[in-house]
Design a protein around this ligand. Structure first.
Ligand code: THU
Length: 159
């Protein structure tokens, strides 16, 4: 677990919630609200996400589990699926909230990193990780968390 402290330093910055701009604060608060709606009868591990589109709209998501465990969906992907299905495909930031201890943060799983990176071919997407208390925020990005990701560029330019 302590390894994460070194990884955090390598992949982003931890800052105080109070030092962030109003729009980021709102995004983080939306992720905390979404966390409260998580459907997690199996893991009891609640996660909330809030995705900011280029037009300023925010789509929230929570994890939704299932008795058939593999069918559960993470909060980040719920938010992205909601946004795409409402016609939004350009995102500049996603905030994720989950409870965790000390100075450590819950980080998006590999599948979610890949799905976020699907929409970052022409840009980077900022990722804010926080906890319900909204004290500290780990600021990173999808390109920092998933360098050299497989993307449409590979499919469209293969030899
Ligand atoms: N989970 C998320 O929703 N997002 C993450 O970034 C990590 C994991 C969910 C999936 C599952 O419902 C629960 O957390 C435990 O793995």
């Amino acid at each position: 677990m302590l390894d994460q402290l070194t990884d955090i330093q390598k992949t982003g910055n931890v800052c105080e919630f109070s030092s962030l701009g109003q729009d980021v604060k709102e995004l983080l608060k939306a992720s905390v609200k979404a966390q409260e709606l998580a459907y997690t009868p199996y893991s009891k591990f609640n996660v909330g996400a809030a995705l900011r589109c280029d037009d300023g709209t925010v789509y929230t998501g929570c994890n939704v589990e299932n008795a058939s465990y593999g069918l559960g969906i993470c909060a980040e992907r719920t938010a992205i699926v909601k946004a795409v299905s409402e016609g939004k495909q350009k995102y500049n930031a996603i905030a994720v909230s989950a409870s965790f201890h000390d100075d450590l943060f819950v980080t998006p799983c590999g599948a979610c990193r890949q799905v976020i990176s699907e929409f970052s071919v022409d840009r980077d997407i900022v990722i804010y990780l926080t906890k319900p208390a909204l004290k500290k925020v780990f600021v990173t990005s999808v390109k920092q968390l998933l360098p050299l990701s497989f993307s449409s560029l590979h499919i469209n330019n293969h030899t």
